[in-house]
Design a binder for this molecule. Structure first.
Ligand code: GAP
Length: 456
């Protein structure tokens, strides 16, 4: 396949066609850049999050889990700096009422055009009338309490990280951990992004997978290197091709107010190289700020040495939706098989929404009954699907498009000798297997090491 057979349009079309992800509130005409996940999208994104949890919890013993509230005390956002600093300077056009990011205007970002005269950049059309740049806070504001006027202001969290910092003391008390140790959290975050877009790459409501790793201050630089390497590797272990990934260290001017060093894991999306995940050395900024604003001591006391210190924090912060998009883009493939175009998602089997589909060749002669029996034996241990309708070719194409690694076909021979064929998605090889050995056979193949067939 030419390397770039995948485009954002093809991903969007496949996601809609096969029920992975579709525009939200469609029956009301949609609400911009907001998406709903359908059955296969839920399974895929859940697998991505489970793989993240596995790498943080099951494969290590120095990280614990947390699920903090979305609504937090408004002082949290004062302490974190989000209330004062989480802004984008914006410019409005009084004529067309469009809003533009000031930095995009200043750098004449490609594709930015005056809506009334698209051959010109905004501000250079004959009727353009731009305001001066003004700051817009990206946090969604709401009111807590029954009456809007008297209720207190609250914000939907713009990151999951602060929920971790404000629980540092609780976790330290109950987890019996000492630095270096981490607290991991997965959950929704909300940002009133001025320029959402590119499907689920940038939306106003999204899921983050964040881990705050608390370390003795002198160890912070080494742990920063460790986490950059580990997170870069995680995507490759799940099948992303190395040539599509890079680590980009931020320059001084790019660093957030809290960070002394940040690197982005970038993926070469169909829209170009873009951030997939950030790894930051946040120093003691967050614990110090929350201690200052709350009056609580947020430090570690090491009894044996009598030492008391504020741990430094290394933070790998990933997006579940953005990672899902990267896995989809990397897995998307088109190839010609027996003169026909085959679209296939060559997803890592651990990420594939459905692991096995059971297909009776015809809807008679006992085949559907045997297929149902096999499906019942498989579905308790692996995500399985029974697909009885339509031509076998159509059913294979459907399973290829949702990335199902194995299709089990029940045919006339199956009824005679209780064997079935197992078709492999990537190689298209077919193997005859005894029906009674099928669960063990598939479990072994699904847990075997896997390498993207797109790696040449
Ligand atoms: N706690 C640090 C933090 O939130 P970030 O770089 O702003 O850092 C981390 O966000 C990750 O969250 C990003 O790398 C991206 O994967 C995801 N993310 C951020 N904003 C997003 C948005 N508007 N839509 C989808 N994903 C987003």
């Amino acid at each position: 396949m030419p390397e770039d057979a995948v485009t954002m349009d093809k991903i969007v079309a496949l996601c809609k066609r096969r029920g992975f992800i579709f525009a939200s509130s469609e029956i009301y005409g949609g609400i911009g850049s907001t998406y709903d996940y359908g059955h296969y999208g839920v399974l895929l994104k859940t697998n991505v999050k489970n793989e993240w949890w596995r790498s943080m919890l099951s494969e290590r013993d120095d990280i614990v889990a947390l699920d903090s509230a979305i609504l937090q005390h408004p002082r949290v956002w004062e302490a974190s700096g989000h209330l004062a600093g989480f802004t984008d300077p914006m410019v409005d056009c009084r004529t067309c009422k469009e809003r533009f990011r000031a930095d995009h205007l200043a750098e004449r970002a490609p594709g930015l055009a005056c809506p009334r005269k698209p051959s010109k950049p905004p501000g250079e059309g004959p009727d353009c009338d731009l305001t001066a740049a003004r700051d817009f806070n990206l946090m969604f504001k709401t009111t807590v309490g029954p009456v809007e006027e008297t209720g207190s202001v609250a914000y939907l969290r713009p990151e999951t990280a602060q929920g971790i910092f404000i629980n540092f003391k609780n976790v330290l008390q109950f987890s019996r951990k000492k630095p270096p140790f981490g607290i991991a959290q997965v959950g929704k975050s909300f940002r009133n992004e001025i320029t959402p877009g590119n499907f689920v790459f940038r939306t106003r409501e999204f899921e983050q997978m964040e881990m705050e790793f608390f370390v003795p201050p002198p160890e912070a630089p080494a742990w920063y290197e460790t986490w950059k390497a580990e997170r870069f590797d995680w995507y490759q272990r799940l099948g992303i091709r190395p040539e599509k990934l890079r680590l980009r260290e931020h320059g001084g001017g790019e660093l957030s107010h809290y960070s002394s060093a940040t690197a982005d894991v970038e993926y070469r999306f169909p829209i170009g190289w873009s951030e997939l995940e950030g790894v930051a050395n946040r120093g003691d900024f967050d614990l110090t700020q929350h201690a200052l604003f709350s009056g609580e001591k947020l430090e570690y006391y090491d009894q044996p040495t009598g030492e008391r210190y504020v741990p430094h924090v290394i933070e790998p912060a990933a997006g579940a939706d953005r990672a899902t998009l990267a896995f989809l883009a990397d897995a998307y493939d088109e190839e010609t098989v027996e003169g026909e175009l085959r679209t296939v998602l060559k997803l890592h089997p651990r990420l594939a929404p459905v692991k096995v589909a059971v297909l009776p060749l015809v809807r008679k002669d006992g085949q559907p009954e045997m297929a149902r029996e096999l499906f019942a034996a498989l579905r308790g241990t692996m995500q399985s699907e029974l697909d009885e309708g339509g031509s076998i070719g159509k059913r294979y194409r459907r399973q290829d498009e949702i990335g199902t690694p194995y299709c089990v076909t029940v045919d006339h021979q199956s009824i005679e000798d209780r064997t079935v064929t197992v078709r492999e998605r990537d190689s298209l090889t077919q193997e005859r297997v005894a029906a009674d050995a099928l669960p063990g056979h598939l479990a072994a193949r699904l847990s075997a090491p896997w390498r993207s067939p797109k790696l040449r």
